[in-house]
Design a protein around this ligand. Structure first.
Ligand code: ADP
Length: 510
């Protein structure tokens, strides 16, 4: 058997990719599906759309690559995380639209829980924060608002899952209700220290245990697909949330290795090894993956995670809001046309500032301009803003973990921008490395599945697959670097303070 099928169920599209023994892509199919915004702050998906589009692209990639089910050694699933599905165990039909990770409807519920003083316990057990982002309060909302849902759940008639569980249920025709530890760790219901659902958390969020899936390792044979879907039964052997899968796909397999994905926002994960790290900077501690060891015990690898809301989105703003570039790719030529931003700083707090500042009411500022400032300086300041935000999160990770970063592995749409990557290396002070295969999310899911069925022998083999496309070495003088970072931190302080009634002495951690 020569291939692994990766199912990558994302927020805007479902994708299916076939990988060979070398980790090379042999086929890909993709389908978008409808986003629903029924009220301000609400984001929903039709769970049947997720399933139907995922099935369609799996069938399409198999057909167009000309392979048979018997050529596929295993399936790996990776998915948009935290999105919450609740369905009827008998019919396999969702009882409500899926609540997407971006949905903010449980904001007040989270604040009420915070006010009750629950956050310390929640942080200690889950590594997360009390935020609508995670599944727990979304599931409680469904149980409380869909008619009869809570009573039906108590009677054991309903099943909850993140998107991985939902797809596994459908692929196995209801024979398996499971999730992996990486997805479970995003629910607020899972204790990352013990690797189990937690009774105290279930009580806090008022969730009946009967709705929960079984938690399995990220790399193990969980079930076989029903043969009616893909022309034969195929083992499902890998499961991981998208960012965790990307970290595995980047072969960040040793403690202290980190990846940054430059998409709409930035997602940084650092492998922190076999014990969760408690963050002092409000970063998340999360399960990176769980693997079965040679002694047959299931071992969790943990990660610190930090995200930056505005990365590629700043470039979209230059294009659509300011109209100073025609396409996102134009930003590189414009920014390189000047040797520096000449003191211009853009703090992109368009929707507040995320990690490590967490200032929801901050708003963006563009400062340091002179009469000589041009759109080229603003373009350069935009790229520097992406890098400076990533430096802040990565330095927080280093401080939390006590591990100094030696290299940053990168992927995502904006990582194609060489100037951006060079600026990142310069400001971070460590090399930035971009791999040849940038399909790291799907590749990670394929790796997890392939390891479980012996398609690949060891994680070390996978690390050897990782092939460099381009390495960016830090090359600016320390003085110049500190000048940019100092100016950035000054601007961040002003951004946090500027629309407050009276300047407060905001303590910055650096
Ligand atoms: P997502 O998965 O979040 O949709 P992608 O990984 O597809 O994001 O990357 C798209 C983002 O990258 C867009 O926000 C776009 O503005 C930005 N982008 C694309 N090309 C470049 C480029 N050459 N330089 C900087 N940003 C870019």
């Amino acid at each position: 058997m020569s291939l692994i099928l990766a199912l990558d169920q994302g927020t805007t599209s479902s994708r299916a990719l076939l990988f060979d023994h070398h980790g090379a892509v042999r086929g890909v199919a993709q389908q978008e599906f409808t986003q629903h915004f029924p009220q301000p702050g609400w984001v929903e998906h039709d769970a049947n759309d997720l399933w139907q589009s995922q099935l369609a692209v799996a069938r399409e990639v198999i057909a167009k690559t000309g392979v048979m089910a018997t050529d596929i050694a295993a399936i790996g699933i990776t998915n948009q995380r935290e999105t919450t599905v609740l369905w009827d165990r008998k019919t396999g039909e969702p009882i409500a639209p899926a609540i997407v990770w971006q949905d903010r409807r449980t904001f007040d519920a989270c604040n009420a829980l915070k006010a009750s003083g629950a956050e310390t316990m929640v942080r200690q057990k889950t590594g997360l924060l009390l935020d609508p982002y995670f599944s727990g309060t979304k599931l409680a909302w469904l149980l409380d608002h869909v008619p009869e849902a809570r009573a039906r759940a108590e009677r054991g008639e309903l099943a909850f899952g993140t998107v991985d569980s939902w797809l596994i249920w459908k692929l196995t025709d209801g024979a398996m209700h499971a999730t992996d530890a990486s997805n479970a760790s995003r629910t607020l219901l899972f204790n990352i220290n013990t690797g189990t659902w937690d009774d105290e958390l279930l009580q806090l969020f008022d969730i009946p245990k009967s709705v929960l899936p079984r938690v399995v390792a990220s790399s193990q044979v969980v079930a076989e697909t029903s043969s009616k879907w893909l022309g034969g039964a195929i083992p499902i052997a890998g499961i991981a949330g998208d960012q965790q899968a990307a970290t595995f796909g980047q072969a960040c397999l040793q403690t202290g290795m980190a990846k940054n994905t430059y998409g709409t926002g930035c997602f940084m994960l650092m492998n922190t090894g076999k014990a969760p790290v408690v963050s002092k900077h409000r970063l998340l501690s999360t399960v990176a993956w769980q693997r079965v060891t040679s002694t047959n015990s299931a071992e969790i690898t943990y990660a610190l995670e930090g995200s930056v809301f505005m990365a590629g989105a700043i470039i979209q703003w230059l294009r659509d809001g300011l109209g100073i570039i025609g396409t996102a790719a134009d930003v590189e030529a414009l920014a390189i046309s000047v040797p520096s931003s000449e003191g211009v700083v853009l703090v992109p707090a368009f929707a507040g500032l995320g990690a490590p500042w967490w200032q929801a009411d901050a708003r963006a500022t563009l400062s340091g301009m002179t009469r000589g400032t041009t759109r080229a300086h603003i373009a350069r300041a935009a790229l520097e803003a992406i890098c400076c935000q990533s430096v802040d999160v990565l330095q927080a990770m280093e401080s939390d973990s006590g591990v100094a970063l030696t290299e940053l592995r990168v992927d995502g749409g904006a990582s194609k921008n060489d100037l951006l990557m060079q600026l990142q290396a310069d400001l971070l002070g460590v090399p930035v490395t971009r791999p040849k295969v940038t399909e790291t999310t799907a590749l990670g899911a394929a790796y997890l599945a392939g390891l479980a069925v012996g398609f690949w022998q060891s994680a070390d083999d996978l690390a050897a697959h990782w092939q460099l496309d381009k390495r960016f070495e830090p090359s600016i003088a320390q003085d110049a670097k500190h000048e940019i970072l100092d100016r950035w931190h000054n601007a961040v302080r002003h951004t946090i303070e500027w629309n407050r009634p009276r300047a407060k002495n905001v303590k910055l951690f650096i």
